[in-house]
Design a binder for this molecule. Sequence first.
Ligand code: C5P
Length: 227
Amino acid sequence: AASGDLSGRRVVVTAGGTREPLDPVRFLGNRSSGRQGVAIAAAARARGAEVTLIAAHLEVAPPEGVTLVEASTARELQHAVTDAAADADILVMAAAVADYRPAVVVDSKIKKEAQGDTLELSLVKNPDILAELGASRRAGEYPGLRLVGFAAETEPDQAALLEMGRAKIARKGADLLVVNRVGWTQGFATDGNSVVVLDGAGDIVSEAAGSKMSVADRILDAIVALD
Ligand code: C5P
């Protein structure tokens, strides 16, 4: 990592998994630990950036020296990101954002006695924060903002995984997409990660494997190389 190469740059990182409430005691969540996003925030800080970490639910402590903004649901994250993106140079969307949320949030605990043997949940689509930012950018907003997305997929075949990544970066309108394979034992709670970074044309610009901190630095290298 080139020390100080992000000096004075404003970097916003989202990390962790969102939680969508069902009732006062339950939520729909995901297995994201926030480790990779937190490592990116820490690495950007170490390289001199002014870092805002927009944290959904994290299993690790946020790094020292960053501005912390907490957001629990996809819609809270959307508001925090929209605010922070306005004066950011780089936005890295590493958070695992719920694609759907319960259509109704019940204001007292759902009781099995009142439900019988099955309980049906109705879900509605959340805003796609990254895709909306990509679309705003295409319309001329956020000039100068570098937009980086993540794609966590369970697809075991590498070629198919990359194909999904290429379709996703086109759909989202990001500058870079970090593709990683996740599964029951891969990607989430572990300290290691293995990623492929695609550019807007769908070409591989970087492949990195190792600790989440070393992968974070390779991702930042790819962002710096865009200039
Ligand atoms: O479509 P998918 O969830 O695989 O896309 C992953 C990327 O899009 C991540 O960068 C994630 O933070 C972002 N995302 C988002 N809003 C959503 C879902 C995902 O910004 N509702």
